[in-house]
Design a protein around this ligand. Structure first.
Ligand code: COS
Length: 384
């Protein structure tokens, strides 16, 4: 749903300019230094990028899902590291509170996420619990007005920068599956939290993941999201339904960028006495990529509109993530191929994008998990 086209167009124009004039020229620097420049973060704050999806009453822009995706298409056109810095505040780092939090939790945290004063992150994955999220082992044992958290969370995006963690932990050890899990919003400065060393990643340099370790970490009972035990897994799944649509849109933006670069290269690069773009085998890769991007774009927008109507989009969100991220991988591969040997050289941004976008098919649920969710929902519908 687009509430006001003119306002959205103004915002999109501003972001397009920011991406083109400020972010794209700094991509190489960020990747080389593996560091996000503070002046870029400050500009992001000034533009309101940390609060795109935070409701207006808590200081954000309160974008609808469809509006958010249009922004994600634009942001996707530059290195994913830039998006990642403000991505968790707009997605997995804040959504748990927005969707299921108490009024007190919303008032306490959302305005600070919206301004970028603090960064939120999402702690679901563990060393032994990835795709099988309901098997997580971190415990939260009630002790008077507190819960004592113990366990290790792994590959947590933005953890080294974060001031809060949305932590999924087992409050009822007798329930082995999803029903025993609760969600908490935990302040970084709580004693009993330590961080692992920053992970060395294949791509997306400039953003960080690491372990978050809870050792007898005592959090107040008021940290329990929604004040209700046992609904934390569902909270996490709802957060991911939304997050997966966002990643789908970022995949579309990244694919558009890679294809633009490959097209320009194909038009300029001459072999056999003519631009390689005049060869039909190159044209096939350009055309297939274009068609696939268009299909993914239509798909994610449709899913977003359904979500804005209040419909359950678990299936559509997984369909979009599966298709858009796999599409992005195929486009990345075609675009390296179009560049030939140059595509393997870091001077050309396609080499970096090829590595950066590989993560899209893994995080917030692998492609195989999306397939499982889609099929499961289909089968359940027949049973109902
Ligand atoms: N919204 C609301 N509730 C949901 C839901 C959703 N999208 N998906 C599942 N649920 C509910 C189910 O309805 C079920 O409720 P009941 O117990 O009341 O029937 C409960 O949650 C458990 O669901 P399910 O049986 O499907 O759980 P599984 O253990 O089989 O897990 C998958 C299913 C694979 C979908 C889940 O573990 C998953 O998403 N894994 C990937 C995790 C992931 O993306 N990690 C990435 C790291 S985070 S960046």
């Amino acid at each position: 749903m687009i509430r006001n086209q003119e306002t959205l167009d103004q915002l999109l124009h501003m972001i397009q300019q920011f991406v083109k004039n400020e972010l794209m020229p700094r991509e190489h620097e960020v990747a080389e230094k593996d560091e996000m420049p503070q002046d870029i973060i400050d500009q992001m704050k000034a533009l309101g990028l940390f609060g795109l999806t935070i409701p207006e009453e808590y200081g954000g822009l309160g974008l609808t899902m469809e509006e958010e995706l249009y922004i994600a298409f634009e942001i996707g056109r530059t290195s994913p590291a830039f998006r990642s810095i403000f991505g968790t505040n707009n997605g997995i780092g804040s959504s748990g509170i927005i969707i299921d939090g108490t009024e007190e939790q919303k008032k306490k945290y959302l305005p600070r996420y919206a301004s970028g004063e603090i960064i939120g992150s999402f702690c679901l994955t563990e060393p032994e619990s990835g795709s099988d999220a309901a098997s997580l082992k971190t415990t939260a044992v009630k002790d008077g007005d507190f819960y004592i958290l113990n366990g290790t969370k792994r590959y947590i995006t933005n953890a080294p920068l974060a001031s809060t963690y949305t932590v999924m932990a087992r409050t009822n050890p007798d329930i082995k599956g999803s029903g025993g899990i609760s969600a908490f919003v935990v302040d970084r400065n709580t004693s009993g939290i330590s961080l692992g060393k920053k992970d060395k990643k294949m791509g997306q340099q400039g953003t960080y993941t690491c372990d978050v370790i809870f050792e007898n970490c005592r959090v107040p009972a008021s940290a329990l999201i929604g004040g209700v035990e046992g609904i934390g897994f569902k909270t996490a799944m709802k957060v991911l339904d939304k997050g997966r649509l966002h990643i789908s849109a970022v995949s579309v933006g990244a694919a558009e960028r890679m294809l633009d670069d490959a097209l320009r290269y194909a038009v300029e690069r001459k072999q056999f006495g003519q631009p390689i773009a005049s060869f039909q085998l190159i044209q096939a890769m350009l055309a297939d990529s274009k068609a696939e991007i268009y299909a993914a774009k239509c798909m994610v927008l449709d899913a977003a509109r359904r979500r804005d109507q209040g419909l359950n989009v678990s299936t559509e969100s997984s369909c979009a993530k599966l298709f858009a991220t796999e599409m992005c991988g195929r486009v990345a591969d075609h675009c390296v191929q179009i560049h030939g040997g140059a595509g393997y050289i870091s001077e050309y941004s396609i080499e970096r994008f090829y590595r950066d976008v590989r993560l899209f098919r893994l995080y917030e649920g692998t492609s195989q998990i999306q397939q499982i969710i889609i099929a499961k929902n289909m089968i359940n519908q027949v049973k109902d």
